[in-house]
Design a protein. Sequence first.
Length: 401
Amino acid sequence: MKSEFDIMIVGGGVVGAALACALKDSGLSIALLDAQSPAIFDPNAEVDLRVFALSYASRRIMQAVGAWETVAAARVSPYREMQVWDAGGKGSIHFDSADVGEPELGYIVENSLLQHALWKQLEGKSQVTLLHPAKPEALTLEDEGASLVLDQGRRLKARLVVAADGAASTTRALAGIGVVSESYGQRAVVAHVQTERPHQATAWQRFLATGPLAFLPLADGRVSVVWSAEEAEAERILALDDAGFCAALTRASEGRLGEVRSTTRRAAFPLQRLRAEQYVRGRFALVGDAAHAVHPLAGQGVNLVLLDAAALAEVISDAHTIGRDIGDLGVLRRYERWRKGDNLAMIFALDGFKRLFSNDIAPLVTLRTAGLRAVDGFTPLKHAFVRRAMGLSGDLPLLAR
Ligand SMILES: Cc1cc2nc3c(=O)[nH]c(=O)nc-3n(C[C@H](O)[C@H](O)[C@H](O)COP(=O)(O)OP(=O)(O)OC[C@H]3O[C@@H](n4cnc5c(N)ncnc54)[C@H](O)[C@@H]3O)c2cc1C
């Protein structure tokens, strides 16, 4: 079996698989390995509890790598509007795709479907070797190349190793790259629920002092709930029986969609802020949650990771086209300069939002109300926000344009 590659990608989640797809026809040989076999998508099974709000830019990336058709043919829920309001004050804001001349603001898609659609593109590709289940146990980065020893004892060599193995990345640790991380002391409780009134292809978000509550529209008419709450509150929410949970959700959402009538099982994820000290070393790069994790309050996590994948793919392809070494630190620094600033800005902005809205001190509530009203009432600023969140502005990689 082949043991030498141009690129080894560790982690075949959304970012690792998207990177492999973006490079599958570049002429470079790629190994994509994951500790688990890829998600099997069953259109008759219950909707995955981990759903994402994909931006326009993310859809373009999925389209450019050939995976969007599979997603669209399965189940995707476009949303046209977004309603955000503050539980502590009177501020609210309404975004409409028509304001920026687009048919929709974004798409609610399941994690397992995204991953499935991406892996499907890689099957049978002669330049791509898929290895699963496989985990790295040792990593050596040298001027001439990198080598990775897998848990089954197999040794693989490559010119470049990419860590895409999520926020708790083992590969990042093996490369000796540190992180600055902090728990938000919150968990996101997720479930899919049936509401009395239809969701109107709208993403709803209410900022409560204990954390934001989002209702994301699903294709089957239900809404997907992401309810971020302090640890003790999350425990309390999880311990409620179904009727109690539905009643608590109806209250927390102020009954915007009427009564919450039924729910699926619930799950909860701890929330943290994380940033890697560096994104690159010679022969090594970090992408996705391995490089940064953000609060889910604006649903930007997966959009950032797809932009990472597209930017790194572009940097690698450009270097390969002009005959440069793709593992060279100078080449990889272009990717770091490109993505690190954008990702940091988002981490700090979301952090600021989280702090601003988790406080009921009167001057802050007044400031929030004034801020939300100002943005809502000032069309150019509001449009700029929408365009940025949709990924229609900024320094975008080619695959996202
Ligand atoms: C509760 C919650 C809600 C969220 N909601 C949203 C949202 O609404 N919108 C949004 O945009 N984002 C959201 N996110 C963020 C989003 O899930 C992540 O940003 C995104 O999935 C990161 O993708 P990734 O491929 O980097 O990592 P992951 O999805 O974590 O994938 C990592 C992959 O690496 C593999 N792996 C792990 N360890 C190893 C190893 N040692 N060896 C080999 N393989 C390994 C795993 O099996 C997995 O396939 C949410 C996150 C949470 C926790």
